[in-house]
Design a protein around this ligand. Sequence first.
Ligand code: HAM
Length: 411
Amino acid sequence: MKIKKPRGTRDFLPEEMEKRREIEKKMREIAELYGYREVQTPTFEHLELFTLKSGEAIVEEIYAFKDKSGRDLALRPELTAPVMRMFANECSVMPRPLRFYYFSNCFRYERPQKGRYREFWQFGVELIGSPSYLADAEVIMLAYDIMENLNLDFELHIGHVGLLRRLLKGVDADKASKIMRLIDKKDVEGLEDCLSTIGLKDMEDKIYALIDLVGGREVIEEARELVPDFDFDYIDKLCDCLDSVGVDYKLDFGIARGLDYYTGVVFEAYAEGLGAQNQICGGGSYRLAHLFGVDVPSTGFALGFDRIAEICELGLGRKKLAVIVSFKGLENEAFKIARIVRQSGMQVVVDVMQRSLKKQLSYANDIKADFAIIVGEEELKENKIAIKDLKSGEQKIVEMKGMIDFLRSLD
Ligand code: HAM
């Protein structure tokens, strides 16, 4: 019987895993250079953690289930809420700010398509405890550094949910949240329908004008005209800071973000070559911990790891691979030699199929090995070994004690 993998999930073969691990390593290195330290939270949480802020409607979009004791649980759809829960439970008295990063799988019950999966990975950070624009500046710089270091072709957009929220002041919370989601999804028809039912023409026109505002710092002036009672000082200072360190971005006051907890600066990065699902990073400042009893300003982002892996062309530094080929009866010798070679840091594969020398060599070529180390009776008697360079086809018999040096010289 053939069993397929569940819809929206993927298998990763070694080549892909090697690439993913390489990308992950780069992301970790850079986050650690900024002083972030890794955390991990459970794969499933109490469902309440995700409905507290977003309401019951979110249940449609997540993997929610009852366990055998009837508890309502959910596979995490993201990590900000879990990390803030952890913060409130375990770290609320630690010196602030706290700098956490994570790399974990998330689950969303979405309609799968290219770049959109039901199980996907996020690499993210949360900077907890600072209300300053400097905290937003830092996480934006970090996201930018990671994307640049991976040689991605991306555009970074920065906005502030406070402007749209200001325009929606007076609209009831559910409706305002629905409007923000429609803006986030760029669902123009849905937005028109929803706004027309509210019937505030002036607000409607301003919302359309605001979400079209994308550009350099000059768009702040236009935004000021649309939302005159908003204090743009924070955005100005953030832009000064990012400009001074050479982060390249566009201001975009149409960023609404799909999650409800954002309160201030928000940002997203879009990449070439991904089609419709081109958002590779999303983040911003938010308030969430107060739901768990500790009120603290935070900011962070998550990179869509799978989308990045799809477009990232890292040069993979592949290690050299040797294959030990042995005549019948010398299998134990082969394992012994393999241990010696591995101690030098070289990858070694030993034949475990007990097949002919010819077949072993052909397999070595199939798996793209660099050398074959041939264990033969005659050579062993003289403490020697035959080494074949599989690229050039050249073969040489060397002293056993000089084997590692010789292999290194072939690099
Ligand atoms: P998000 O924008 O929902 O934000 O997700 C972050 C990134 O995860 C997206 O930009 C996208 O690249 C990737 N992503 C989301 N859904 C899928 C999917 N179904 N398949 C593949 N990739 C996907 C958050 O989750 C926030 N927690 C980010 C944050 C951290 N804000 C503050 N701190």
